[in-house]
Design a binder for this molecule. Structure first.
Ligand code: AMP
Length: 580
């Protein structure tokens, strides 16, 4: 892949998955040029952990038993080797590889992935699943296919009709094997495996490894390479001061959800991580179209382009950096307040590494993850590995956003009332009150102020979705955890909202104030630690900071006596303060 020119980070030299050395490229794994080209077009910059571990033994023809959940990149881990090993001369028309999956969605998804990876190899892929007209499947099977991706029931159907012939199979993949067993496909799978050649490669992936899967592996796999992803301990020293929240959102609403969350969070500067270069470009364009000042950063850019992007971020002319892991390696951006995972990262170590970019040096950072309903398991694995809780929150609604914006307008007006430079405007109010009631004049002025600062509210409400039930169809066991939005506004989920007081501080973005300045001032002057500070919001001319209610008076008194960034400033309880 392209040479990566990020400057090494002087402090943190670990790669996203926590290893100390270079992670290697797809080319290093020995993949052929056609596959490398396809991956590059898809914008995959480097292999994920499971791909690094699984591809070499699979290319060598070994069987493999892998424990990995959705979102780790396991599809490419088994698909790339089977594509590479596919003979150029495939005259028989019978499939060379069979992939069994539990659901029709997965059959379609895996087929599409194989189609994309195998683009330049002319590989013919067919998904077959129940509910789809069988005539079309028969026609395609008859004309010859190389890879069949099937649900077990429908595969068996075709085998017994003689329309799916497995005599030429070189590879069989059992994907999400635990789900297939849970769905009652054990017998079908056994029956299918009776029809496949003895000499073949068998790959089994499962998110969990109950003894039934073990038994299945012992029976059907020969001396398999074993891989377990997501169980390694997190790199040491990684308990950053970061409030961690995940939002569950359907893929089609992700960009809108990102915008909504950013609107409510109002970060000083945020980095949004995407899996691929292609996604970085697409999302950057979308976010710019939605009125954010977003910049793309990926491994395909020259050092000069990267420097320009970083310059704009540092100068504050960009506030959103959309990046791949590779491109962001080695960046240390002081003003970052938020890290957003546009997808659940492919390994817990990658998550830890990403969120470590905020919450440094005692400042509080915020990590936000947009998870699709089916990515629940990966999120749980991350929680288990890091030993830290990720609170599940609801995407703010249009009403939440409006409330939030009104609150900001009220605070801005309040601040303006406290300043004494209002005289020049008196004449306007006096003239208008000849014709209108003073309340009406005030309302019109508030509206103007609100509209001039609020930006456009996109009125589309984003559908609330939940995590897909656990494999056995039962609802999530931790269903009580997504208990409302209150927690989102408190420091790292440690305090209940009622324990916090909201303080108004009369300096904001225009005075160059960043969250770390406020944290520094508070922790430097009082007994409050960085951990105890809740949410921080910085507006143009003021900031709102949550501190423990018990320490509020001390913080107010001390900050009034001292300076923030060299300025004396107003410090008081926010009028709506002490939010319950
Ligand atoms: P999977 O775990 O196979 O469902 O893959 C999860 C997602 O990661 C899919 O959208 C893939 O397209 C994407 N993906 C897989 N491998 C990579 C990679 N090396 N770089 C970027 N994206 C990837």
């Amino acid at each position: 892949m392209s040479s990566e020119s990020a400057q090494p980070d002087p402090v943190d030299t670990t790669s996203p998955d926590g290893t100390d050395d270079d992670t290697g490229t797809f080319a290093d794994l020995g993949l052929r040029a056609e596959l490398l080209d396809a991956l590059s077009t898809l914008g995959y910059e480097e292999p994920t952990a499971i791909q690094r571990e699984a591809i070499p033994p699979l290319l060598a023809g070994r069987d493999l038993l892998g424990q990995a959940a959705t979102g780790t990149g396991k599809t490419a881990a088994f698909a790339l080797p089977l594509l590479q090993r596919m003979p150029a001369d495939r005259r028989s028309g019978e499939p060379n590889a069979l992939i069994l999956v539990p659901t029709r969605e997965l059959a379609v998804q895996v087929s599409e992935a194989i189609h994309r990876y195998g683009r330049d190899l002319g590989v013919r892929v067919l998904p077959i699943y129940g509910g789809q007209p069988i005539a079309r499947q028969l026609r395609v099977l008859d004309s010859g296919v190389d890879v069949v991706v099937a649900t077990p029931g429908r595969a068996l159907d075709h085998i017994s009709r003689g329309t799916l012939r497995l005599g030429s199979l070189a590879t069989v993949v059992l994907d999400e094997a635990d789900e297939m067993l849970d769905m009652g496909f054990a017998e079908d799978i056994e029956a299918i495996l009776q029809h496949v050649p003895e000499e073949r490669q068998t790959v089994l992936f499962s998110a969990t490894m109950p003894s039934r899967i073990d038994g299945m592996a012992r029976q059907h796999l020969r001396d398999p390479a074993r891989i377990e992803i997501g169980r390694q301990p997190a790199p040491s020293g990684t308990a950053p001061l970061v409030r961690q929240t995940a939002y569950v959102v359907a893929r089609s609403h992700k960009a809108a959800a990102l915008g909504r969350v950013l609107d409510v969070e109002a970060p000083t500067a945020a980095i949004v991580f995407c899996r691929s270069r292609e996604e970085v470009d697409r999302l950057t364009e979308t976010m710019n179209g939605r009125g954010y000042r977003a910049e793309a950063l990926h491994g395909g850019m020259t050092q000069e382009q990267r420097d320009r992007v970083m310059g704009r971020l540092r100068a504050g002319t960009a506030d959103l950096l959309v990046a791949t892991d590779v491109a962001a390696r080695g960046l240390d951006i002081e003003q970052l307040t938020h890290v957003v995972n546009y997808d659940v990262p492919s390994a817990p170590e990658s998550y830890v590494h990403r969120i470590g970019r905020v919450g440094r040096a005692g400042r509080q950072g915020i990590a936000i993850t947009l998870a699709e309903p089916r990515e629940h398991r990966m999120l749980k694995t991350i929680e288990r590995t890091t030993g830290q809780r990720i609170s599940i929150d609801k995407i703010p609604t249009v009403a939440d956003l409006r409330t939030r914006r009104l609150e900001m307008t009220r605070a801005a007006l309040h601040e303006s009332l406290l300043e004494d430079d209002l005289e020049p405007f008196r004449v306007i109010v006096e003239t208008l009150t000849d014709e209108f009631d003073v309340m009406e004049v005030a309302l019109a002025a508030v509206r103007l102020a609100h509209e001039s600062t609020g930006g456009t509210v996109d009125e589309e409400d984003i559908p609330q979705v939940a995590f897909r039930g656990d494999r056995d169809g039962r609802p999530r066991r931790d269903g009580g955890r997504d208990g409302g939005r209150d927690e989102r506004r408190t420091g790292a989920g440690r305090s209940r909202p009622g324990d916090m007081a909201c303080l108004f501080i009369g300096v904001g973005r225009r005075a160059g104030i960043r969250p770390q300045d406020l944290v520094g001032a508070i922790t430097g002057e009082t007994r409050v630690s960085g951990r105890e500070i809740g949410s921080i919001e910085i507006a143009d001319r003021f900031s709102l900071v949550e501190v423990p209610r018990s320490a509020a008076d001390e913080v107010i008194a001390r900050l009034r006596q001292s300076t923030i960034k060299g300025r004396k400033t107003t410090v008081r309880r926010d009028r709506e303060g002490d939010r319950e």
